[in-house]
Write a protein that binds this ligand. Structure first.
Ligand code: ZN
Length: 232
């Protein structure tokens, strides 16, 4: 890969920047992000991602807050320093060529569940079947550490949602819209789990075979390559 890819490719990245700025605002408006917690990125070509700068508020991003970082080695260019959690984003892009957008945040109910021993079943409702099909859990490691980056990278091999204990979530998708929908679904599912417990309601689950049929049919959204893998 030639070095100019890591220079700020302003003419090519306008759409990426606009999409990330809009996504950051959406996350704040929908209470899926708060303060300066969390960060987001998009892959702009095979070896470049744009990631939010250190200390930025997701709801107030401007183009200058989006830093080009090389996926292969984490080097970056520009005036702003990227988020210290770059290793998480790099790990996902290195592991999954299909990842185009990565969101990391700590919404209230998701983080509550991340601090508990609860599980997040995908068999609850339509959106959980599709967006939360593969959820992985990893233990706590300090933010920005190479250890956390390595754990996220390994977990991303077979999951699109990675719950980080006592921290929050990092998830990815092929577009900003799909990534936001995945995060909204996760937060809603976590809220349901918490509220059902408080109200002593037992949540019914869709049988695994029906979930599998639903995913393989592609009736709701396009079938993903891993949907044809039989249920474990
Ligand atoms: Zn974090």
């Amino acid at each position: 890969m030639s070095s100019p890819q890591c220079a700020h490719p302003s003419s090519l990245s306008v759409d990426f920047e606009a999409n990330l700025i809009t996504t950051g605002r959406l996350l704040l408006d929908r209470k899926l992000a708060w303060g300066t917690s969390g960060n987001l990125s998009a892959r702009t070509d095979a070896d470049t991602m744009l990631v939010s700068a250190s200390g930025t508020n997701m709801g107030e991003l401007v183009a200058a807050d989006l830093v080009p970082v090389r996926v292969s080695d984490g080097t970056w260019s520009g005036l702003r320093k990227p988020s210290k959690e770059v290793p998480l984003h790099i790990g996902i892009y290195q592991q999954r060529p299909d990842a185009r957008v990565v969101l990391h945040s700590s919404p209230h109910y998701t983080t509550l569940i991340a601090c508990s021993n609860e599980t997040i079943p995908s068999q609850l409702f339509i959106e959980t079947m599709y967006y939360l099909e593969r959820v992985a859990w990893i233990d706590y490691a300090h933010p920005g550490s190479a250890e956390l980056g390595a754990m996220v990278k390994a977990a991303a091999r077979n999951a699109e949602v990675i719950m980080m204990r006592n921290h929050g979530v990092i998830l990815f998708a092929e577009s900003c819209g799909e990534a936001v929908m995945r995060l909204q679904t996760l937060e809603m599912a976590c809220r349901m789990i918490v509220e059902a417990k408080a109200a002593r309601i037992t949540l019914g689950k869709i049988p695994n075979q029906i979930v599998r049929e639903f995913l393989n049919s592609g009736r709701y959204k396009p079938c993903k390559p891993w949907h044809s893998v039989p249920a474990q």
